[in-house]
Design a binder for this molecule. Structure first.
Ligand code: FES
Ligand code: FES
Length: 152
C-alpha cells in the first residue's frame, strides 16, 4: 500500500512497491493524460511533476512517491500552466498530440524555474521530450510566448 497526493487529493493504492507510477496513475487512478511511450525514461511522454519537479513516471516506483505530491497534466494549474496552455493553443503546437502532455509538463517546470529562458535553456530542458511529429520549433516558440505572457 502506498499513500500519496495526486492533483491535490490523497490516494492510497494497493500495488507492489515497484509498480511504476505511470501504471498506477493510468490503470488504478484512471488518469490517462500521461502517456506510455518508451517505458525506459527516454521519450518524456510520461512526464509528471513530483513535488514540482519533472519526473519520468514510467521508471519511478510508486514507493518513491509515498507521502509526496504528484501532479499530472489533468491537475496542473496556476499562472505558468495557464500561460503554457494558452501559448500551445495560440500557436497550434500540437500535431498528433501523443507527446504533448509530457511536453507541457516539462515546459511548465522549466518556466517555473526560469521565467525567461533562452533558446539554449529551452533546448536543454526539453531535450528529453521526443516528438515524432517534429513540433520542436513550435514548442520553443510557444515557451517564449508563455514567458512573454508571464512577464506581463
Ligand atoms: S514512457 Fe516514460 S520516458 Fe518514455
Ligand atoms: S505531436 Fe505527435 S509525437 Fe509530438
Amino acid at each position: 500500500m502506498t499513500t500519496f497526493q495526486i492533483n491535490g487529493r490523497d490516494v492510497t493504492v494497493s500495488v507492489e512497491d515497484d509498480t511504476p507510477l505511470l501504471w498506477v496513475v493510468r490503470d488504478e487512478l484512471g488518469l490517462v493524460g500521461s502517456k506510455f511511450g518508451c517505458g525506459v525514461a527516454q521519450c518524456g511522454a510520461c512526464t509528471m511533476h513530483l513535488d514540482g519537479q519533472p519526473v519520468r513516471a514510467c521508471v519511478t516506483p510508486v514507493s518513491d512517491v509515498a507521502g509526496r505530491k504528484v501532479t499530472t497534466i489533468e491537475g496542473i494549474s496556476g499562472s505558468v500552466a495557464d500561460a503554457v496552455r494558452d501559448a500551445w493553443v495560440k500557436l497550434d503546437v500540437v500535431q498528433c498530440g501523443y507527446c504533448q502532455s509530457g511536453q507541457v509538463m516539462s515546459a511548465v517546470a522549466l518556466l517555473a524555474e526560469s521565467p525567461a529562458p533562452s533558446d539554449a535553456d529551452i533546448d536543454t530542458a526539453m531535450s528529453g521530450n521526443i516528438c515524432r511529429c517534429n513540433t520542436y520549433q513550435r514548442i520553443r516558440t510557444a515557451i517564449h510566448d508563455a514567458a512573454t505572457t508571464l512577464k506581463g
